[in-house]
Design a protein around this ligand. Sequence first.
Ligand code: NAD
Length: 312
Amino acid sequence: MKIAIAGAGAMGSRIGLMLHAAGNQVILIDTWPAHIAAIREKGLLANLNGQEAVAHLPIYSPTELPADLQVDLIVALTKSMQLDQMFQMIQSLIHPTTYVLSLLNGLGHEDTLEKYVPKENIIFGTTTWTAGLKGPGYAELTGTGAIEMENIEPSGKEFTLKVVDVFKKAKLNPVYSDNVRYSIWKKACINGTLNGLCTILDCNVGELGNLTVTKDLITAIVSEFATVSQQEGIHLDQASVIAAIEATYDPETQGRHYPSMYQDLIKSQRKTEIDYINGAVWRKGQRLEIPTPYCAFLTELIHGKEQLLNAK
Ligand code: NAD
């Protein structure tokens, strides 16, 4: 399959590298000049579970895409706040037969993608794979994961099943889901507790789990996600979401982990995806006249922290 990765950062590098290794024609699209230059010079380098790997993939900035370039699938893997601008810039790549698979974390991306892509060509997904960038052109890819995906319109099912097959051959452990929106909301809810709280409290997940205030905070945030998602027809099982959050506290498993928002903001002074996690619930709640004070407060605190740290 001919596949473009729109947003070839940590996760885009992982998915691109694994799809390329399985024999697909992969091109990368990115906006970070140093990353583009490094990949052009040395290829995309990665530490893949302890093995050094390199993939010589074409990489373009959105402004230099060849006019006649066509792909079967675009995998969207920008950060949430970069998605709109990316799709605005790559419109020449979107033809009536081009499908788009979003694997971003967060909520509300359908509103952005539907501005540029026919609804029947949109596939939504969520993933438990992880990835990091050690620097421009060099990805750190450890562990394993899986992907769930589902077309948003019934007519997209046939192509989505083909994508599942292609991803299976690339050992990305995909499954076709018949309720991907539930999984997306559940992941957003888990991120909506651990990410913002660890970032503001300056702690890892295990330390958060040890605080006497955490149970109340988590319960209140999960309840806001559940009340708002209910209005979109997603019935989040609050007890199972809380259990999934609490399972991350164990220092022997994920407890020593600092969530991605912490790493982006505190370690790298990069802006966060908060507006697409707690911020999205706050905005949806305002439209529905559902109060979401914890999500609103956490969103504003994170924005305050971004300003204090001069995050870019
Ligand atoms: P990323 O920050 O690595 O990459 C996103 C974009 O930012 C890319 O265009 C990249 O080139 C650019 N970028 C990265 N570092 C930069 C720097 N220092 N300076 C300038 N530009 C830089 O993002 P990601 O982790 O790949 O996440 C993409 C999406 O996937 C997000 O929605 C994220 O929440 C989701 N996701 C990430 C992981 C993970 O483990 N990284 C796991 C699951 C889902």
